[in-house]
Structure formats: C-alpha cells, structure tokens
Design a protein around this ligand. Sequence first.
Ligand code: DSN
Length: 426
Amino acid sequence: MQKDSLIFDLIGKELERQRNGIELIASENFTSQQVMEAMGTCPTNKYAEGYPGKRYYGGCEVVDEIETIAIDRLKKIFNASWANVQPHSGAQANTAVFMACLKPGDKILGLDLSMGGHLTHGSPANFSGKNYQALFYGVKRETGLVDYEQLEQVARTEKPKIIICGASAYSRDWDYQRIRAVADEIGALVMADIAHPAGLIAKGYLNDPFDHCHIVTSTTHKTLRGPRGGIIMLRNDFDNPWGLKDPKGNIRPMSALLDLAVFPGMQGGPLMHVIAAKAVSFAEILSDNFSLYQKQVQVNAQAMAKSFVSRGYDLISGGTDNHLMLIDLRNKNISGKKAQETLDKAHITLNKNSVPFDDKSPFVTSGIRVGVPAVTTRGMKENDMETVVNLIDRVLTNTENEKEIASVKEEVSILMKSFPLYRGLK
Ligand code: DSN
C-alpha cells in the first residue's frame, strides 16, 4: 500500500509546530527519541490480556519480559512494592482505583475542579461524579493554598470512603501527612494523583506521597517525560477495607483488587508498545541526568514566576513549588480565552484556566496555566525564563496589535532554533 502522505504530511507539520513554538502547557513534555521510537514498534500488534505469566493468549513470552521490566523499574523509581503499568491514561488509572475501592454511590472527597482539581476527582461531568457521591474541598481565597480545615471538616461530617489529593492546576506542595491523619480518624483511604508533579516527586524535590497515601496514581507523560499513559502504585500492600470482594467473591489484598480493576475490570488488551516505551522512559527517570532535569524544572518555574510577578501579574498563591503557575489575569483586563488565542498566534502555547473563585465560565476563564517541563527539556535555563515572560507580556499587552504579535512570532521562531528538538527526525 502507498504511504499515507496525507497523514504523514500532517505529522510533519505537527513536528514543525512543536519545533517552532514555545510549549508552556503544564501537562505536556517532549519524550526522548528512543521513547518515541519504542512507541512505533511491533508490540502494538500483540494481544496480551492478563498479566506477565498469566495471559489469555499465546506468544506472550517476549511482552511478558517487557512488562516485567517496566514494573520493576517503576517500583524502583518510587520505592514501591507493587505497580500496574497497564492503564491507558491517568483517567483510566483513577477509574481502576475507584472500581477497586468503592461501590457505586459511595462518597469521595477531592479538590474541586474549579479550584485546580481534576475532572476525574468527582466532577459531575465525569464518571467519578456520576457514579459516586462527590464532595469537594477548595483553596483559601486569601492565600490560594489548599483549605485543609475545610477538607477536615467535610471529611469528618460526610465520612467519604476515599480522600483524593492531587490537582491539575495547583502550584504548591501537599501536606499528605495531614490528609492521612483525618483519613485515619474516619477510616478512609487516601489516594494521591501525582500526574502533574510525579517527576519532581520521583527525584525528591517535593514531599513524598507514598509516606502517607495508601494508593498513588499518575500519568507517565507530564513531568515524568514518558509516553502517554497511566500507572498505579502501592508502597505497602494492605488488606482491602470494607471486605470488598473480587468478582469470584473472594476477599483479596488491594494489589489484587487493583490488578483486577484494570483488567478485566475496565480495560482489555494492554498497549504493549506503550508499555515498552514506558519501560524505556523509566530507565531514563532512574538516571542522574533526570535528577538534574527535574531540578532545572523547579528552578525555571521559580524564575518564571518571579519574572511574571515583577511585571504585575497576579499568581495564585504568589508563586510555585513545582513545575507550573496559575495566573489570574483580571488585573490585566484580559480573559484566559483571549490570552490563549492571542498567544497562539505568536506560537506561544498554553491553556486558559479557571482560577479559584472565578466569575467567568470554564470556556472563557480569568486565568492561564503556565508550565515549564517542555521548555526545560528543550534546554532552557532560568535566564531564558525572563525572555519567555517578556515575549508573553508583549503579546498580552498588545492583543489588538497584529504587527507586534507577528514580530513576537518571528522572535519565537528564531529563539527556538537555539533549542533543537528531535534532531534528524522528519
Ligand atoms: N489534561 C491534563 C492537564 O492538562 O492537566 C489533565 O488530565
């Protein structure tokens, strides 16, 4: 069959877009070339429902080895005793945890989406809000920090079965110990969804959720810089609470219930080519270079936050501990939507984002979320953050000036030539 030039031309265009632009979407990153290569390989052809050594198909001896290596490497990264590398995404990982630990209608408690939380932590638009009774905590209006008093109060009054910590737009570290304390009081489980800061946690630059949380989920493609996917981990396995049973009616430890929830609970065949790429990225994460990278992510985020603040931008919580910042643009009289769309014209990519206590709809928003993992992968250092913020500021203060926007776009393209991406790839 002829090569599908229509699609491959578009893939080439997307590569050029990624090369020419400044990528500031906090949940995006650039995998290494070998991680990308692994994703485009023949394990994509293999059905391997089940787990290593316990599959429903023949011919799994090689993919068994791949998945076992991925699991072992992941356990080493986070000092975990059990891991499942099959979830196709972070949302699937969270779904599996809820399936393993909850019955439909049970109460869950998470950070409100409008306060920086995640869709799968109980949003009414998502399975988590439809199948379970979702309760929320928020952040404090004055500080932008998680309102732990509110979390404790809702937990004590409502007694949810699971408390979820983690966010998609929160720039500060978490007090996992405090959340575990109230969870123990009411007999709840604690799940940490570390999809965003996982890379910083892996290398010890943020608090370790495994010290206090029963179950930890993550994606693999954000700060972890692997292929797109999800993972679930336990540092210590434990007897399942509330006498939950597997489909055969047996009481099993949490690790077994989680495995069953992923497959056959809610997924069929694992994406073995992606698991191969996960394994490759896990080896990269175990290296000292990855530690240097994560340190630079944190340094860059702090430099960028300082630069925004010095230009009068209103950062929620005033700064950042991790890889991202959330900026309230109301004092600049521009909506998040307008900011995102105008910056897009200059090839600066980020996303509009609701800010806590936002008076605009989620389609418009008052804010933007800015993250540095991708530009740090391209080699940018703290001094470059000032340049990037200057370019953003020029766009945001000239949203109706097409000439200025075009001039910024030109400068962006020249700047990014100094930070090559995927050399040799077409
Ligand atoms: N869509 C991801 C993010 O941007 O944070 C979360 O799923």
